[in-house]
Design a protein around this ligand. Structure first.
Ligand code: AMP
Length: 581
C-alpha cells in the first residue's frame, strides 16, 4: 500500500468538498467509519436521517461534515444549523469538532448551554453565527428572549436524542422545533431506538433514511476464539492503564490500534518514553518505512506496533499474541477484523480494549453482534503489578534451576563463602532482589488509576414506562428510579433509600409545592455541570424539598452549579443532606 490520503481512502468518494477533506487529512483521519459512509451521502442529498449509533462510532463527523458542506459559510445574521445535545459537555465537544472540520470554510460555530454567562452568548449571537450547538433548556431561553432566531435554519440535528428525552427535554424539543422552518432537513441520532424516539422521528422527520450500526449479526464462527477483555478508563489515564496492562500481560508481540495518525504518533512516543519498544505504522508512511518497521517487529527489536486500521490492513504478522484497541472501534465489524489477527491456527490470543466510560455502550453492541462476551476487568493495581513482576522473577529462577545449567556451579563458591556469615535463606533473598532489579522489573510505575464503576446499561426500549419505585417523578424518569449499581437497594429506617455506593445525597430546598419536577433538577445539574443524566442517581421529591443523588466526587461542583442557577425562578438552599446513613 502506498501513502494514504483521503482522496484514495474514501472521504472524497462520499462527495465531500476539498476544504473538508483537507481538514480530515490534517486531523489524521484515514477513512470514513461505517456510520459516516452510510450517513454522509444521503445527508448531502438533503434527505432526513434517523441514525442509531452510540458514542465512538464517529457519529459527530457523520452529521457535521455534510452539514458544513450544505450550509452557507459564513452565512447571514441568523444561524443555518442547530444541533441539540443533552449536556454542556457534549455541546462543547460537538462545537469543537465542527470548528476543526469547518476551519477552512470559515464556519462560525457557537455552543450555548446553561451555566455560561448569557452575556457572552448574546454578543456572539449578535455578531452572527452559522451553527449553534445547544442544550434544549438554554436554546429555549434564548428563543424566548428573542436572541436566537431559527427561521433561517436549513438543518436541525437532534444528537443523543434518547438521552435528551430521558432527561425530560421532550417538551423543550417540541417547542424549539415549532420555531424552525417546515422545509428544514432534520437528522436524529440516538444510541437506542425505543418507541418514544420512533414517535419523535415520525412527527418531525420526513421520510428519513434509516441507519443502524451493528445491525447485522456476524456469522457464527467468524469471530475468532480469543480471550476478550476490556478496561474502562478515562482518557487521561489511558496511557498509564495501557502500560499497566501490557506489563501484566507481557505480550510476545502486540498490535495496538488507534483511530487517527496523530494518535498513533503520540501513543508511540508515550510508550517509548515509558520504556516499551513501540513502532508507529500509519497510512502516511511510505512502503520502505513500513517494511523497516515490520522487520523490527519480526526480528524482535520491537514488541509493539501502533497502527491505524488502514495501515494494518493486509499486514501479515505471524506471531502476534495480543491485539489492543486503544479506543473502542467504530463498528463491530472493525472489532472482529482487528481481533481476527490473533488466535490464528489454534494459537492462543488476547484482545484488549480500552473504553472510555461514555463508550461502554459500544462494547455491548459488539458483544451482541459477535455473540461473544467481552469481560470488563479492573485495571491491574500497583500491587497486582508488583505481584506479577515477582512472579516473573520467580518463573525465571525456576527455569534456571530446572534447566540443569552447568554454569551455575561457578556461583556456588559465592554462596558458600557468604554462608559462613549469613543464613542461606537470607542469601537467597538478597540474590533474588538483585536478579529482580537487574531484570529491569522494578517498581517505577506507582500511578494509581481510578476504578470506574459502570451502571448496568439501559436496554433499548426498556425505559420510558418503568414505574417509579416510590418516587413521585411520574413515568419515564429513568434517573429517578435507577440504582447506580443497577441493583435494588435497601431502605433506611425512615423509609428513604440508602444512597448507592459512591453516591452522595444532596438536599435541595424546593419540592413539589414549588412545581419542581425531576427533569428540572436533572436539567439544572447537567445543563450547567460536567455531569450527564447517566451520572445522576435517584431523585426523591417531597412537597417542600428534593433529594438528589450525585457521584461523591462531583458534589462540590453540583452544589456550586445549583447555587448559581434558578429553579422555577427561585434560588433554593442546596447542601449535602445531613442525614446520610
Ligand atoms: P464520536 O462517535 O462522534 O464521539 O467520535 C469518536 C471519536 O472518533 C472522536 O474522537 C473522533 O475524532 C474520532 N473519529 C471520528 N471519525 C473518524 C475517522 N473517520 N477516523 C478516525 N477517527 C475518527
Amino acid at each position: 500500500m502506498t501513502a494514504g490520503t483521503n482522496e484514495d481512502t474514501g472521504f472524497a468518494e462520499l462527495g465531500l468538498r476539498d476544504e473538508l477533506l483537507k481538514a480530515l487529512t490534517t486531523l489524521g483521519y484515514e477513512e470514513p467509519t461505517p456510520i459516516q459512509r452510510e450517513a454522509i451521502p444521503p445527508m448531502l442529498a438533503g434527505r432526513d436521517l434517523l441514525g442509531q449509533a452510540a458514542t465512538g462510532t464517529g457519529k459527530t463527523a457523520a452529521f457535521s461534515l455534510p452539514l458544513l458542506q450544505t450550509i452557507p459559510s459564513p452565512g447571514g445574521d441568523n444561524p443555518s444549523a442547530l444541533i441539540l445535545v443533552p449536556t454542556r459537555e457534549l455541546a462543547v465537544q460537538v462545537s469543537e469538532a465542527i470548528h476543526r472540520y469547518g476551519k477552512d470554510l470559515g464556519t462560525r460555530v457557537l455552543p450555548i448551554y446553561g451555566g455560561q454567562p448569557i452575556g457572552r452568548q448574546l454578543r456572539a449571537l449578535e455578531n452572527g453565527v452559522d451553527v449553534v450547538v445547544a442544550t434544549p433548556g438554554r436554546a429555549l431561553d434564548h428563543i424566548s428572549r428573542g436572541t436566537l432566531h431559527l427561521h433561517d435554519l436549513r438543518v436541525v440535528v437532534l444528537d443523543e436524542a434518547d438521552e435528551m428525552l430521558d432527561m425530560g427535554f421532550a417538551e423543550d424539543i417540541e417547542a424549539i422545533l415549532q420555531e424552525t422552518p417546515e422545509d428544514r432537513q432534520t437528522v436524529l441520532f440516538s444510541a437506542t431506538m425505543p418507541p418514544r424516539i420512533d414517535g419523535l422521528a415520525r412527527s418531525h422527520l420526513n421520510d428519513p433514511v434509516r441507519i443502524q450500526i451493528g445491525r447485522e449479526p456476524t456469522a457464527a464462527g467468524e469471530a475468532p476464539l480469543v480471550r476478550q477483555v476490556a478496561y474502562v478508563v478515562t482518557r487521561a489515564h489511558k496511557p498509564a492503564a495501557l502500560g499497566r496492562v501490557l506489563d501484566v500481560e507481557a505480550p510476545g508481540a502486540a498490535l495496538v490500534f488507534c483511530r487517527t495518525r496523530d494518535e498513533v504518533d503520540q501513543l508511540t512516543e508515550t510508550l517509548n518514553g515509558r520504556g516499551y519498544r513501540a513502532e508507529a505504522l500509519h497510512g502516511g508512511m511510505g512502503q520502505e518505512q513500513r517494511d523497516r518497521v515490520m522487520a523490527r517487529l519480526r526480528n524482535g527489536t520491537a514488541d509493539l506496533l501502533v497502527a491505524t486500521d488502514v495501515a494494518a490492513r493486509g499486514l501479515d504478522v505471524e506471531h502476534l499474541t495480543h491485539v489492543v484497541n486503544y479506543d473502542v472501534p467504530s463498528a463491530p465489524e472493525s472489532y472482529v477484523h482487528r481481533i481476527g489477527r490473533v488466535g490464528r491456527a489454534g494459537r492462543e490470543g488476547v484482545a484488549i480494549t480500552l473504553a472510555e466510560p461514555r463508550e461502554h455502550r459500544m462494547l455491548k453492541t459488539i458483544e451482541r453482534v459477535t455473540k461473544q462476551r467481552i469481560s470488563i476487568e479492573k485495571v491491574p493495581t500497583v500491587a497486582d503489578l508488583r505481584a506479577r513482576r515477582l512472579e516473573l522473577t520467580r518463573a525465571a529462577l525456576h527455569e534456571s534451576l530446572v534447566a540443569d545449567d552447568a554454569s551455575l556451579s561457578q556461583f556456588r563458591v559465592v554462596v558458600e563463602t557468604l554462608s559462613d556469615e549469613f543464613d542461606l535463606m537470607e542469601i537467597a533473598i538478597a540474590a533474588v532482589k538483585l536478579a529482580h532489579e537487574a531484570a529491569g522489573i522494578g517498581d517505577g510505575d506507582q500511578e494509581e488509576i481510578p476504578e470506574i464503576t459502570l451502571r448496568a446499561p439501559r436496554e433499548a426500549g426498556s425505559y420510558g414506562d418503568r414505574p417509579g419505585s416510590g418516587d413521585r417523578s411520574g413515568p419515564g424518569r429513568r434517573v429517578a428510579v435507577r440504582d447506580a449499581d443497577g441493583r435494588g437497594r435497601g431502605r433506611e429506617a425512615s423509609g428513604r433509600r440508602v444512597p448507592a455506593g459512591g453516591m452522595t445525597r444532596l438536599f435541595v430546598g424546593a419540592g413539589r409545592a414549588a412545581g419542581i419536577r425531576p427533569q428540572d433538577l436533572v436539567g439544572a445539574i447537567t445543563g450547567e455541570s460536567s455531569l450527564s443524566g447517566r451520572d445522576i442517581g435517584a431523585i426523591e421529591i417531597t412537597d417542600r424539598f428534593s433529594l438528589v443523588e450525585v457521584p461523591e466526587g462531583s458534589v462540590d461542583e453540583v452544589i456550586d452549579t445549583l447555587r448559581r442557577t434558578t429553579l422555577k425562578g427561585r434560588r433554593p438552599v442546596v447542601r449535602r443532606e445531613r442525614f446520610q446513613p
